[in-house]
Write a protein that binds this ligand. Structure first.
Ligand SMILES: Cc1cc2nc3c(=O)[nH]c(=O)nc-3n(C[C@H](O)[C@H](O)[C@H](O)COP(=O)(O)OP(=O)(O)OC[C@H]3O[C@@H](n4cnc5c(N)ncnc54)[C@H](O)[C@@H]3O)c2cc1C
Length: 379
């Protein structure tokens, strides 16, 4: 049976995450954004209320929130601040999913113990020379006794400078392309791991993005996820899992911009009446509300398919591409409705517009999602 209604549990999570975002995130977001500072105070509070581990399964000490519930958490946190939403997603969802999907019980216990204590995770795939073309990565993994030696640099890693545990992808033989890729769990405090350049970004400035450098890092074979050669598949399954959640981040950020535009349109008077009485403004608001709702349903649809055990990769890419493009359009329109004030930092619309852009880039650009969608259609 298809239901468009959240369960009681999902509703309760939504209410809790929304209240947290309204009280603990939104009022402080611009402070951290302007200073380009990581919001440790917010992260600590997220840990206290159990939202920092929203993606950790119950049997490994997490809250065991189901997949639609995770999308709801991402949306609500992003409504408060898309950078904070990104931090949580990159830690206990994207960063942890290779372990959820490919880890054995011992690996899961070790990884999730760190997150349950308030530590953060991160997903290290992109390199300076390989982004969309992930199979072209160059970081090497050389077997040496009962360990692998990792060498290489990862680029643009969310939580790169603040995480305690990474999931990392490297190649045993670059000539094998995707068949040479292998996944690992790597303790951030291992000798040879260092943090490179921290990015100074357009948006999601409350989220940490950094280079992570691996120099002769010895990683036990016990930290390898699945077998050699299966890392690329693990990566792709992980990205399928996180794309509907990125869509949810885009929805939350767009909803925040919409809320701001709606309030403003009712208050702002031009030519003797509120601008909300002008059909030009009403039509923009109507389009924004429609498109936000459509993106939310696409995200929930992809999550629902996964929860039913059905193929969901196509739906995940559709949700991510649509929601990311929607988010850019809706936040730009919100700035437009506020006129000059939309361009000012006095209102949150400009930050939402800056934050929206990344959704079209990370975890597969909008072009790459269309490549995936077309490949599915033509298969
Ligand atoms: C803030 C931020 C956070 C990030 N977080 C993470 C993270 O946590 N972990 C991680 O591993 N990575 C992360 N990334 C990296 C991100 O996923 C990549 O930047 C993204 O996949 C694009 O790769 P690229 O930057 O190398 O661009 P390129 O791959 O060089 O692409 C450049 C342009 O070419 C287009 N293009 C490339 N190939 C094709 C194609 N086949 N068809 C059509 N168009 C194409 C792209 O769409 C894009 O417009 C993050 C990036 C940023 C900016």
């Amino acid at each position: 049976m298809l239901s468009f209604q959240l369960t009681e549990e999902q509703e309760a999570i939504r209410e809790m995450a929304r209240k947290f975002a309204e009280q603990e995130i939104a009022p402080h977001a611009i402070h951290y954004d302007e200073r380009d500072e990581f919001p440790w105070e917010i992260i600590k509070k997220l840990h206290e209320v159990g939202l920092l581990t929203a993606g950790v399964p119950e049997e490994f000490g997490g809250p065991g929130i189901d997949y639609i519930g995770q999308a709801v958490v991402c949306e609500e946190l992003s409504r408060g601040d898309a950078g904070v939403g990104t931090t949580v997603l990159a830690s206990c969802m994207l960063g942890a999913d290779p372990v959820v999907i490919g880890g054995n019980d011992d690996q899961k216990k070790r990884f999730f113990d760190v997150l349950n204590k308030g530590g953060l995770g991160a997903f290290c795939l992109t390199e300076p020379g390989a982004g969309s073309d992930a199979a072209g990565l160059s970081m090497t993994a050389k077997l040496d006794g009962d360990s692998y030696i990792l060498n290489g640099t990862k680029q643009f890693i969310t939580n790169g400078g603040v995480a305690d545990y990474y999931t990392v992808f490297a190649t045993t033989d670059k000539k094998l392309k995707h068949k040479g890729i292998v996944g690992f769990m790597v303790d951030r405090h291992s000798p040879g791991v260092s943090i490179g350049k921290k990015e100074n970004k357009l948006g999601i400035r409350t989220s940490d993005t950094a280079q992570v450098v691996f120099e002769d890092v010895r990683v036990p074979v016990a930290n390898r996820l699945w077998n050699e050669g299966e890392g690329f598949k693990l990566c792709m399954l992980t990205l399928d899992m996180s794309r509907p959640l990125i869509a949810a981040l885009a929805v939350g950020n767009a909803q925040s911009a919409f809320d701001c535009a709606l309030r403003y349109a009712k208050d702002r008077v031009a030519f003797g009446k509120p601008i909300a009485t002008l059909q030009a403004i009403q039509f923009m608001l109507a389009d924004m509300a429609m498109e936000i709702e459509a993106a939310r349903l696409l995200s929930w649809n992809a999550c629902w398919l996964k929860m039913q055990g059905k193929p969901f990769g196509l739906a995940a890419s559709m949700a991510k591409a649509y929601a990311a493009d929607m988010g850019m359009k809706v936040t730009t329109d919100a700035v437009q409705i506020l006129g000059g004030y939309g361009y000012s930092k006095e209102y949150p619309a400009e930050k939402c517009m800056r934050d929206a852009k990344i959704m079209q880039i990370y975890e597969g650009t909008s072009q790459i999602q269309r490549v995936v969608i077309a490949a599915n259609l033509l298969r």
